[in-house]
Design a protein around this ligand. Sequence first.
Ligand code: ADP
Ligand code: ASP
Ligand code: MG
Length: 405
Amino acid sequence: MALFVYKFGGTSVGSVERIKAVAEKVNLARLEGHQIVVVVSAMSGETNRLVDLAMAMQDQPTSREMDVLLATGEQVTISLLTMALHALNCPAFSYTGGQARILTDSSHTKARIVNIDQKRLQQNLDSGAVVVVAGFQGVDEHDNITTLGRGGSDTTAVALAAALKADECCIFTDVDGVYTTDPRVVSNARRLDKITFEEMLEMASLGSKVLQIRSVEFAGKYNVPLRVLSSFTEGQGTLISYEEETVEQALISGIAFNRDEAKLTITGVPDLPGVASKILGPVAEANIEIDMIVQNIAGDDTTDFTFTVHRSEYARALTILENTCAQLGAKSVTGDDKIVKVSLVGVGMRSHAGIASTMFKALADENINIRMISTSEIKISVVVDEKYLELAVRALHDAFELEKP
Ligand code: ADP
Ligand code: ASP
Ligand code: MG
């Protein structure tokens, strides 16, 4: 007998028929003798619909009220799935995040799980029942409802798997595994049988939304075996695990991209010690996360400074930078929110030279101008104009022959 956490995303519970199909799958696993905890998302489109409703009330609703609203999506699916299980004579109980005692910090709309009291859930499982938990939500120490950020049901599933010491956490979704890149952008993308936590974390951080970043962090930290697989077709999916020394690593495991970026540049800044902190300090104080940073020296004792932020923070960052420009006596501020970041990821890169030049040549051959570059041990990212996103991803996928195993 094994204990599994099964997570089903929005598309997988997007209609009455699909919820019934999920119930069948869960019931079959129970009849095989396994203990099953199911985590579900809201029905597809529902969270966006709720966000739109909120925006119709107020320009900037408080994050506390947003959480009260957004958490309702998942409450619908836990009850419907539990009813569907009952209709199959499968004993089951549904729990909201708060009822499941998923305790988080108080950062509304992006809360972090700090503790789970799994006793009640374990009792249900031991009595032979299926436990159905609402993804994406918890409560803080004052019993306020919190949510974990978009895609947060993945993190609920992994956290429950860690707390219950599950044998595996299975993320059922609308693709049959993790691919070399988003299969909706590159049609010959290849499904990976295995990927390391490190690579998956890098892919997720660089924009691959197949798993929420925090779910991968959590799984790595607590060594939870994690698998991504299809809700609709049979198959082994992709196992995310620690690197095995004996297995030879692929040079490049995948290509990630992020459409949510914007870049800002301040030019002609007097080049003195402390300049970087004077430029970025006020941005950080406004709680705006900075991603890539490039500083260039001009010939005349001044420097140019470029950085990227989340696109939703672009307008705010621009205003702050214009103030800084006036204070520092810099020359000008420019910005562009029609850019994207494309990244090549692979632990095998560590021991190989020449990856960057192959990457830059592939982009040059397509006449794609690179606006920024940043590298780490296991990734190379470039910023390009948004209109080249698909072309860039396909060109790189071809150049590194990622369709071949
Ligand atoms: P769910 O609603 O089940 O949580 P998501 O939409 O969050 O599903 O994640 C699944 C989607 O992730 C896929 O439909 C696919 O378009 C996208 N995706 C992005 N990068 C990848 C990748 N490397 N491999 C597989 N899917 C990816
Ligand atoms: N329903 C939430 C969202 O759409 C959480 C999730 O699906 O993981 O982001
Ligand atoms: Mg998701």
